[in-house]
Design a protein. Structure first.
Length: 203
């Protein structure tokens, strides 16, 4: 009887090890598909993994990114919301939600809301400040936009996107010389779009 129990335990242990191996293989396979741009295959692998590990934050987040690449933004947002539900301190989750609201769904109020959530947990996040500034600018809240851009630049003086964004705001406010200073700084930091903006506004 004791021998049989030991056999059952050994079989169970082997089964657990095999299952764990399968889980890891599915997660790693999803990562590989993602790197290769095979986003549908990545989603399938991540989903299979999540059937066994439904609360794995990294995999949920990566599946959300794969949905983004396929333009399935509602599904991406669902996954990113799961991430912050499981881990309320997850900065990437908040930033990804804010980014989708801004770039894909054109929902600027929610962009600001989720950028602010990211800033609650990382007060020096230049991405959150810049994204928040862009949303304020879209809503015509120009003073708030400038405050956000200035905050990003004060934290990281080599963050080119903040200079580009502040420059675009200054063009709108007809502050051409200040805008050109920002565009030239962005250009010196390697921003691709900066050269065209310098040619357009800074003759």
């Amino acid at each position: 009887m004791v021998l049989m129990k030991r056999i059952y335990l050994l079989v169970a242990l082997i089964g657990c090890l095999t299952l764990s191996s399968c889980k890891n293989e599915n997660s790693e396979l999803g990562d590989q598909h993602f790197k290769e741009g095979k986003y549908q295959e990545a989603i399938a692998a991540y989903t299979e993994y999540l059937r066994m590990q439904p609360r794995d934050i990294k995999t949920i987040y990566n599946r959300g990114r794969a949905y983004e690449e396929l333009g399935q933004y509602d599904k991406a947002l669902t996954d990113f919301r799961k991430v912050i539900k499981e881990d309320p301190l997850n900065i990437n989750g908040y930033l990804s939600i804010a980014n989708d609201y801004y770039h894909r769904l054109k929902d600027y109020e929610n962009t600001i809301f989720f950028s602010d959530k990211a800033l609650e947990f990382d007060a020096n996040n230049v991405l959150a400040y810049t994204l928040k500034g862009k949303a304020h600018q879209k809503l015509g809240q120009l003073d708030e936009a400038l405050t956000s851009y200035n905050a990003a630049i004060s934290i990281n003086k080599e963050f080119a996107d903040a200079y580009l964004s502040r420059g675009s705001l200054r063009v709108y406010k007809k502050q051409t010389s200040k805008a050109c200073a920002d565009f030239n700084l962005a250009k010196s930091l390697g921003a691709d779009q900066a050269d065209d903006l310098v040619k357009k506004y800074c003759r």
